[in-house]
Design a protein around this ligand. Sequence first.
Ligand SMILES: Nc1nc2c(ncn2[C@@H]2O[C@H](COP(=O)(O)OP(=O)(O)OP(=O)(O)O)[C@@H](O)[C@H]2O)c(=O)[nH]1
Ligand SMILES: [Mg+2]
Length: 383
Amino acid sequence: MAGSWLLGPHASALGERPTAVLVAVRGEDGTADSGPGSETSLAELRRLADTDGLSIADAVVQNRPRPDPATFVGSGKVDELAALAERSHADLVIADGELTPGQVRNLEERTGIRVVDRTALILDIFAEHARTSDGRVQVELAQIAYQLPRLRGDGRSMSRVGGGRMAGGAGMGVRGPGEMRLETQRRTLRERATRLRRNASELARRRERTRNRRARNQVPSVSITGYTNAGKSALLNRLTGADAQVRDVLFATLDPTVRRISTGELTYTITDTVGFVRHLPHQLVDAFRSTLDEVSRSDLALHVVDACAPDALGQITTVHGVLHEIGAGDVPELLVLNKIDVAPPEWVDALCRAHPHAVPVSARTGAGIDYLREELARRVRRL
Ligand SMILES: Nc1nc2c(ncn2[C@@H]2O[C@H](COP(=O)(O)OP(=O)(O)OP(=O)(O)O)[C@@H](O)[C@H]2O)c(=O)[nH]1
Ligand SMILES: [Mg+2]
């Protein structure tokens, strides 16, 4: 069920859509104080929570980036958060960032409910959307990497904690048994990770063999990459008649779909893959290394941009950052501005000015697709 990993074994007692309150720091993203970046960040957190099947009561936003390191936001804001949580009968707090274990503990003590961060939320969405064994293994490895430094030994680790009001710290501070339990939990998780890694490397080898076969046959490969929800799968479908899943949620696609395109004498493969997001949890980048290799090993990256996104330029920068991080920074790129059927024309113009070689299209209506096919063929021929 939605939010199951976040909420633990008691999640089902919370009903279909558990309620969350959000807490964010304006300017957290390196943007100027009260700049538009923080609104984007909060809007994105709402979408992430919504994708994860949570309903959102409201948000508390710290205006000045002078938070208390012990509690993520300042003390007054924590009081506000606790009051909001109480008022809205919230089941959990979601913080817009990656919290330290200490911050989680302190915030939980002050609000009385479960506190999770943006990283855990994204991991939960990935877990929810993983369909293939490959995807499941990668997500679980990322979850373990996230959990290991956060185990508490008091029976309140991620996978064991229930949501809802916590039982007043009962059982805490019991040193000896807690430490032993912590050690056992750690060992169990490490052993599980070892088994999963063995599994993952077998899957990676299989992928590698397929890729090598294609390379030997000299079939050029194009990867579709871009921010989550940009329309990558819709574009693959439009270009190839594939039936990749298209959904208005974040991270709908986790596993690569490969199709072959033949135009005249030219044949190449095109692969749809996992989308990116700002501050993509590094645990996911590590665990999804073999999936992301689809992009770093491709001959051309078709970078799909959602021209409707208010922060489209920021999303382009984010995608470039992740591509760089996964060693795909040198792969030649063809930028595609998607959703021009609904994007304000002045936004599309501004994006075209910033990226003169970008190709405007609509995967939905098919506008610009013929030109994109020609441009793709030209670029592939030149490889
Ligand atoms: N209006 C409009 N909507 C589009 C277009 N292309 C995609 N969409 C919509 O945008 C949403 C996301 O599309 P997807 O193709 O699933 O996006 P994605 O980039 O594959 O997303 P993830 O796999 O989640 O990263 C869906 O609701 C699509 O119907 C377009 O050209 N115009
Ligand atoms: Mg997709």
